[in-house]
Design a protein around this ligand. Structure first.
Ligand code: ADP
Ligand code: MG
Length: 703
């Protein structure tokens, strides 16, 4: 029997939860904390001191010796600098562990070595981290010993955001404020805030660590840069939801345990479409906490994999020829008196508030399709979006039959008098129950799909932070709410005005609705006819950040200044060029030091064999033919290698920025593809024993 896990007991044991605070803080301080959490504002220094002490005592009881301000710079991952609680000893040499309110609230990491896109020069290195009181502190158990992690936002000396959390928090306030104006119009006077909630489904691959460590591409690029397809891929559709293998099951069990201890509600686990691919979904929660927790999920996935002798690959496309990984970002907005603004109820045609919200979201997504697409782009995701497996690079909205029909009625006649019902699903088996069907089937090819009471944004990459997509969603929806509220608050006849506005928004933006197959070529043509943007790559998406439309949006709601947007553009171009450069150098290394030498020795052994066969007076024609074919490919590979070296050198010599990023996309990436092709063919031509690293078959079928 395996160990019995008491989930209720371990859940949140490493989190400084509200419950722990209630137990450990004086009532007055606890009240101050919850007030700041709910309504914003600042904690007094006295209260902060009390909280810090309680937090430190709790952490020390759990064995922590250090704390860190845990933040999310523009690298897309998290950063931490550990400080111990050790203080100056007294004159007897005795030392007391200390942690002050000031240390809790504010940190001062040197900002100069984080990407800032020119927002701060190295001589102005100061950066500040500020405690995000709404996201709970937690203890990370690592080889360093337990570390108290305090989720923080990271800003420059002049207050500019240098991270992913600050704009997200700003966007959450914006959408809350504007959504409140909408619910007020419908007589909701109780709600005091509206919260964006997010449930991210995380896909990942697991491969054997020992094998992974034999491949430089996995080590440096997190994905394979060479590799002929295995004889079997995902064509039998036998992996998706298949029985979970023992080794993977053991991993999932430990992963869940670690996540539960950290207060992450790991809920769903299953095998995904590609061999060696899996998924974990937590229960949705407040957007900023969901973003923090997703970082914890990604980090924990990697750590636990190491403990199981495996390596977790979060890259969007670890293997060519089988599905890549994404992160479905489920998003909804709910008032603090419990109304999910995306819940249509049983008769959406009569739910005017819902229809207004829907009309606003249609407008937001259509107006800012480019920004939404940008928010889901990263270097790895370029291999997925539009590549016939993930959503296309074109943003459209899927509403499902029921809502599409309601929208159609509204657009055509101005009123929606009926609504399609789900009906009963008859199983045809007397012992099975008949179900009440959902009114809407799913559409797996849509990038932005309505799924009952939330939107599922399916474009996000598996390795990416979900901060940007949610910041963008909150911002664009805040703007649409604001414009609607501006108009409706002034209306003399509210009923007529809201009716007209819904009809107008839906009519003007109906081109964004698409319920068909998003993977088809016809859709690409149709989308172009509709005038929807089709932004094919990450670098092409970057400049959407600084269009007049974008600056106006983000500045209006105080989410980004123009300077912050420009700095992010710069960081994105740099990140792109640097990432592709690393990939190119890795390919050059593997080709020059491993593949080419291996093939050369193989040709030598072939030549020796030919001589021996001929000396014996036997027929060596097959060997000769092989030697010729392999040598020819080898020559092709060598010249592709030289071409890549040249291209990469040219790219590296360019100054950083847009032009360089485009050079890497258009020239270096092409040269990489040209090198991979003959190398993968060679892999299929030579003796498996001489191939210098594990193959696709070794990696994804023998975990
Ligand atoms: P799927 O069938 O789409 O794969 P999953 O169960 O894997 O569904 O994931 C759905 C995700 O959506 C979960 O994280 C779930 O908690 C989240 N979710 C459910 N309802 C909401 C909501 N109202 N707002 C945001 N996220 C939600
Ligand atoms: Mg899922």
């Amino acid at each position: 029997m395996s160990e019995v896990l008491n989930v209720e007991e371990i859940f949140g044991e490493n989190v400084f939860t509200l419950g722990t605070m209630r137990e450990r803080l004086p009532k007055k301080v606890f009240q101050e904390v919850t007030r700041v959490m709910d309504q914003g504002g600042e904690l007094s220094l006295e209260a902060a001191d009390v909280v810090a002490k309680a937090m430190k005592d709790w952490a020390v009881e759990k064995g922590a010796t250090h704390y860190t301000h845990w933040f999310q710079p523009l690298t897309g991952i998290t950063a931490e600098k550990h400080d111990s609680f050790v203080s100056h000893p007294d004159k007897d040499g005795k030392m007391l562990m200390e942690f002050s309110g000031k240390e809790l609230i504010k940190g001062e990491p040197d900002a100069s070595s984080f990407p800032s896109g020119g927002l701060r020069a190295t001589f102005e290195a100061r950066g500040y981290t500020a405690w995000d009181i709404t996201s709970p502190a937690f203890i990370k158990e690592a080889a360093t010993g337990p570390i108290l992690c305090i989720p923080t936002a990271f800003c420059s000396y002049t207050g500019e955001a240098l991270d992913k959390k600050t704009p997200l928090l700003r966007s959450m306030e914006a959408v809350s404020e504007q959504a409140l104006r909408i619910v007020r119009l419908f007589g909701n006077t109780e709600a005091t805030k509206v919260t964006a909630s997010v449930g991210p489904e995380q896909e990942y691959f697991l491969v054997d660590q020992k094998k992974a460590l034999q491949r430089e591409d996995i080590i440096f690029a997190g994905r394979t840069l060479f590799g002929a397809p295995a004889p079997k891929g995902q064509e039998l559709e036998d992996h998706y939801f298949g029985v979970i293998r023992e080794r993977i099951g053991g991993y999932m069990k430990d992963l869940n345990k670690e996540l539960w201890k950290l207060g992450v509600t790991a809920k769903t686990q299953h095998n995904e479409v590609a061999p060696a691919q899996h998924e974990l979904a937590p229960i949705y929660e407040t957007a900023n906490i969901a973003v923090d927790h997703n970082q914890i999920v990604m980090e924990t996935m990697k750590r636990v994999a190491g403990q199981h002798g495996m390596r977790c690959l979060l890259h969007e496309k670890p293997f060519a020829g089988v599905n890549g990984s994404g992160k479905h970002n489920n998003w909804s907005i709910t008032t603090d008196n419990g109304v999910n603004l995306l819940d249509p109820g049983d008769t959406p045609n009569e739910n005017i508030q819902f229809l207004l919200v829907l009309a606003c979201i249609m407008k937001a997504v259509d107006t800012h399709a480019d920004l939404l697409r940008q928010s889901a782009s990263d270097v790895g995701n370029d291999h997925r979006l539009g590549a016939n497996e993930a959503p296309p690079a074109i943003i459209s909205m899927f509403l499902g039959e029921q809502l599409e029909d309601v929208v159609k009625q509204l657009v055509e006649t101005g009123t929606a008098t009926s609504c399609k019902e789900g009906g009963i699903l008859a199983t045809g088996v007397s012992t099975l129950p008949d179900f009440k069907k959902d009114a809407t089937d799913r559409n797996r090819t849509s990038p932005f799909a309505f799924t009952g009471n939330k939107f599922e944004f399916r474009m996000v990459g598996s390795e990416d932070s979900i901060a940007s997509p949610n910041t963008t969603l909150n911002a664009i929806v805040a703007e649409a709410f604001c414009e609607a509220a501006d108009e409706l608050e002034k209306a003399e006849d509210f009923d007529a005005a809201v009716h007209n506005l819904i009809k107008r928004y839906m009519t003007e933006h109906q081109r964004i609705i698409f319920n068909g197959n998003g993977y088809s070529d016809e859709w690409v043509v149709e989308a172009e006819r509709r005038g929807l943007p089709n932004i094919k790559s990450m670098v092409e998406a970057v400049e959407t950040l600084t269009t007049e439309k974008s600056i106006k949006l983000f500045e209006k709601f105080g989410i980004f200044t123009k300077a912050e947007l420009e700095s992010r553009e710069e960081v994105l171009y740099e990140t792109y060029a640097k990432t592709i450069n690393i990939e190119a150098l890795t390919m050059i290394d593997m080709a020059s030091k491993q593949i080419v030498p291996a093939v050369i020795s193989y040709t030598k052994s072939l030549a020796d064999t030919i001589n021996a066969v001929k000396a014996a007076g036997a027929d060596a024609s097959v060997q000769v033919q092989q030697l010729k074919a392999i040598s020819e490919k080898l020559a092709q590979m060598q010249s592709a290698l030289e071409a890549l070296k040249k291209a990469d050198a040219e790219g590296s010599a360019m100054s950083e920025g847009k032009e360089q990023a485009f050079f890497y996309k258009d020239v270096v990436k092409e040269a990489m593809a040209a090198l991979r092709e003959p190398a993968d063919e060679l892999e299929m031509m030579v003796d498996k024993k001489v191939w210098p690293f594990p193959t696709y078959a070794d990696l994804i079928f023998e975990v």
